[in-house]
Design a protein around this ligand. Structure first.
Ligand code: ADP
Ligand code: MG
Length: 364
């Protein structure tokens, strides 16, 4: 089977099948998209590489799903509505059973989100999947990392940490190991994440800043802090625990939730006056939304580090201004001072995933 037969068989939809969002779709030199009047295009790309982002044994349908899901997650974080996507596929060989599964997982999720596959590129080489998605947002209305303000509350959707728990189960680092039911459920979270597109749309006009959690909650929160120029207090006692994580030891829970990565949940900020509206949105979507912290001013000098040699504290250069507390946010709402009532801040030893830092990459 040649390149063009392969594309025609697996990636060009027969007439009348699948979403039609483009003016010119698959098959020409370019696709032509027309966002609705008053809308802007939101564009994002993510690549999945075998051995780095997925295990070679993964079910191809789940891989197809995930390749698009991680991209739709970026649209969700911007409050964008999906329109279409392109697929750059590098294949070591033509394996029709694999292609059929992959295309099914990919296109089922695309149909679910009314997102048309409008083109791509197909080459031979080590297995890699690049997807670029296009979505639309009202002009000037994209949710950005830069909009958080002191006093805003910090929220997270769903149950971050499950994907990392599954990854550690695969790696065999968990003692005791995961029961079969927990392994299947967390493996689904890792291999088949649900992009929070509806949440992102609902957060338009509600959230001040948002990001999707791909590299770990605290690391990705750091991007909001830097871009918004704010600090954050995060309360470990307020973090949502999935049933599977609830059964694990506390240090494992915190490792997975705070720095797990591959979650594709959204973290977002909103002023306290909108708390009820955020809760109503979560109830309407049937998606747990947890309030886990509060944003503060930068001039609280939280980034200070005491030099080992003594002398006055110095500002930490580019590090996020983040304090992590043992307690629950409810205690702070009730008037407890995090600095006194909730014990010493937890040492923040959680760093986010970075492909070019081998020390972190190999960390269990
Ligand atoms: P060009 O040479 O103009 O780049 P190609 O010959 O690579 O175009 O591709 C032919 C058509 O098939 C184009 O419309 C392209 O967008 C589409 N296409 C190629 N690979 C894929 C793929 N993996 N999925 C969807 N469409 C694809
Ligand atoms: Mg061309």
């Amino acid at each position: 089977m040649g390149e063009f037969d392969l594309i025609a068989k697996y990636f060009v939809r027969p007439a009348g099948q699948g979403p039609r969002r483009a003016v010119v779709g698959n098959g020409d030199d370019c696709a032509v998209l027309a966002p609705a009047a008053g809308m802007q295009l939101a564009v994002s790309t993510d690549t999945l590489v075998e051995g780095r982002h997925f295990l070679s044994t993964v079910d191809p349908a789940r891989l197809g799903h995930k390749a698009l899901a991680v991209n739709l997650s970026d649209l969700a974080a911007c409050g964008a509505k999906p329109l279409g996507f392109t697929l750059a596929l590098t294949l070591p060989r033509v394996d029709e059973a694999w292609l059929a599964g992959f295309a099914r997982g990919l296109l089922d999720l695309a149909d679910e989100h009314d997102c048309e596959l409008v083109g791509g590129d197909t080459t031979a080489g080590p297995l890699a999947i690049g997807v670029t998605v296009f979505g639309e947002v009202p002009a000037g209305g994209a949710l950005l990392r830069s909009g958080a303000r002191p006093g805003d509350e910090l929220w997270v959707s769903g149950h971050p940490g499950e994907a990392r728990l599954a990854l550690e189960a695969f790696r065999g680092t968990l003692h005791p190991s995961l029961p079969a039911e927990a392994f299947d459920a967390t493996r689904l979270a890792m291999e088949c994440p649900e992009p929070r597109v509806a949440l992102g749309l609902g957060l338009r006009g509600l959230a001040t800043a948002a990001i999707d959690v791909s590299d770990g909650l605290l690391g990705d929160l750091g991007h909001i802090l830097r871009r918004s120029g704010v600090s954050a207090d995060v309360f470990a006692g307020a973090l949502p625990l999935s049933p599977w994580l609830a059964a694990r030891r506390r240090h494992e829970q915190l490792d997975c939730i705070l720095a797990g990565g591959d979650d594709y949940e959204l973290i977002f900020t909103a002023p306290p006056e909108r708390r009820a509206a955020v809760e109503a949105l979560g109830a309407c979507l049937g998606l747990p939304l947890s309030r886990i912290g509060r944003m503060g001013r930068m001039d609280e000098r939280m980034g200070e580090i005491a030099p080992a040699t003594g002398g006055p504290p110095q500002s930490a250069p580019a590090g996020p201004r983040l304090r992590l507390w043992e307690g629950a946010l409810a205690e702070v709402d009730a008037g407890a001072d995090p600095g006194e009532g909730l014990g010493a801040p937890l040492a923040n030893r959680w760093t986010s995933f970075d492909h070019f830092r081998p020390d972190l990459r190999e960390a269990p």
